[in-house]
Ligand binder design. Sequence first.
Ligand SMILES: CC(C)(COP(=O)(O)OP(=O)(O)OC[C@H]1O[C@@H](n2cnc3c(N)ncnc32)[C@H](O)[C@@H]1OP(=O)(O)O)[C@@H](O)C(=O)NCCC(=O)NCCSC(=O)CCC(=O)c1ccccc1C(=O)O
Length: 334
Amino acid sequence: MSSLPGVSDTFDPQRWREIQSEDDPLVDTTYHRLISRGAADGVPAGVDLPVVRIAIDRPEIRNGFDPRTVDELYRCIDDARSTPDVAAIILTGNGPSPKDGGYAFSSGGDQRSRGTDGYQYLADQTPYGERGADPAGMTEQRRSRIDRGRRARMHILEVQRLMRSTPKPIIAAIPGWTTGGGHSLMVVCDLAVASAEHAVFKQVDANVSSFDAGYGAGLLARQVGDKRARQIFFLAEPYTPQEAEAWGVINKVVPHAELEDTAIDWGLTVATKSPQSIRMLKYAFNMIDDGIAGQQAFAGEATRLAYMTEEAQEGRDAFLQHRAPDWSKYPYYF
Ligand SMILES: CC(C)(COP(=O)(O)OP(=O)(O)OC[C@H]1O[C@@H](n2cnc3c(N)ncnc32)[C@H](O)[C@@H]1OP(=O)(O)O)[C@@H](O)C(=O)NCCC(=O)NCCSC(=O)CCC(=O)c1ccccc1C(=O)O
């Protein structure tokens, strides 16, 4: 775990305030809100800016994630998703490792926590959802079944779905190794910038008998083309940030020292755009690959837009006033 406030060598503590929960403190991740430096940001120093930074904070194991890490990622992304003045989210990995100086975005599932039916919480970790679900009088058989289901998880996939349905761009800032489930998280991010000196990509799933056959493989193929995606998975060879950029896996390679500033600049640039346009565009980009779930997300926002029209308000008012709606003012646009 990194010692705050210098959580990473590309992290500028002057630009961030920590978001922490006293009741349920984050252990495996860090969560920060961008704040103004004053004149350089055009608003008084210390004022919140519309970008957050979420980082896996397990540099000793190349930011591999276990079930608790996954719970925390979910909590942080959900908080950022539902904070109305946050426009963009940076997802990264803290580092370098205090053990050997290695950098990582994420090495994927913590293989030490992998059991026979999923990834296991350690004995001292409280599985998310444990609270309030322990009815008295439970039989031993039922308790054992529930415990087993709670303790063996595959829920990084829930994080992927949350990232996908979050109507705000998620920017991967990639300081180093990006492998396995970490590679898949990067694929699900909307934009990605990587360190020229330290980023290395390698899709190792098949080396350890795992396979992200969802977004990790399917969306990657959409991004880089079918043959290249097969190469990345079947050969599991390391590839460079320059190759990642050329193949379309990431958007840009920058000097390591500029990694987080570039991600911040992109986040702040997104924040200058129309929130409605960004929301509709993200869902539009997702829709073809997400099937009816993608259509539902886009359609929900279309419904919100429709609710803003006088025509929709006439429908609501007519119902509440026990009268027939009067559509006569509204043309059949074509
Ligand atoms: C990432 C490496 C290529 C980096 O290599 P290197 O720089 O030489 O460092 P190392 O000396 O190997 O590593 C340093 C240190 O970290 C430990 N470590 C690294 N990665 C992990 C990890 N994933 N789990 C546990 N420990 C890890 C390593 O053992 C060293 O420890 P020491 O004590 O110092 O020896 C290289 O490290 C590497 O290849 N790592 C393993 C990558 C890997 O196998 N990842 C798992 C792939 S499978 C996966 O991610 C599936 C999870 C998932 O997303 C998923 C998919 C589908 C359904 C559900 C799920 C889910 O819910 O999880």
